[in-house]
Design a protein around this ligand. Sequence first.
Ligand code: NAD
Length: 248
Amino acid sequence: MPSIGKIAVVTGGASGIGKATVERLSAAGATVICADIDVTAGQKMVSEAGNNSGAIDFLKLDLTDDDQILEFANDVIEKYGKLDILVNAAGGGDIEPFIKNDPKRFDWNVALNYLGPVKLTHAFLPAMSEAKEGKIVYVASDAGRVGSGGETVYAGAKGGIIAFAKSLAREVARFKINVNCVCPGPTDTPLLQTRPEKMLEALISAIPLHRFAKPEEIANAIQFFADADSDYITGQVLSVSGGLTMVD
Ligand SMILES: NC(=O)c1ccc[n+]([C@@H]2O[C@H](COP(=O)([O-])OP(=O)(O)OC[C@H]3O[C@@H](n4cnc5c(N)ncnc54)[C@H](O)[C@@H]3O)[C@@H](O)[C@H]2O)c1
């Protein structure tokens, strides 16, 4: 039980990769706060959680709302006294050519995939740096490493979070805080199911392992960066994509 006694926050914890991560960290002994905009799904996941050793709590959080971010971070520190692990898994975006994008959606996309995680990290950093240890994981995307047609603004935000994570890793190493990114390839979650059938078929044939990732397989990599096995790894980016992307 490498995470016994640890307090973890997982954004986007009510679905897909975030949900698998909540379950994985809780099974490893951490107390996990599932933070999500979807209150119904969040409360359902807490009530259906199995007999894991660590408790699971749900707190509503809209990452596009500055006030909610500050309130959420205050509530967590007030209730639990510290934060050891911050997993930024919430994210998403529309699929269509950039030229057809409604510019009104740009701010939402950047808030959800870049500025929200940045602001949440900023809100938690005083408590984490005071504790002089911690793990921060960003669930970015291979779209941010190699590009992805049809999700240009999302790819820009994910590329931004990768660069942010590397820079932050350099700054907070002196507080023994590790900062790393996991880049999922196509993963079988509700988000993927919103993509056109033709696109999914093309992806399956392009992936060397010829299948989509299971959310649990992404959670495995997130857990690695969240526990002590990765104490000497920081500022790194790991693609979990069945070989679809092979980045130096
Ligand atoms: N599924 C894939 O193929 C894939 C590929 C690459 C990257 N990713 C990334 O992995 C992460 C998880 O994706 P997923 O596939 O599990 O998606 P998902 O849609 O299953 O889950 C995303 C969760 O984020 C929550 N969320 C959405 N907007 C929010 C907001 N404003 N504030 C707080 N929570 C919010 C949703 O309610 C949902 O519970 C995302 O960052 C996504 O960009 C996914």
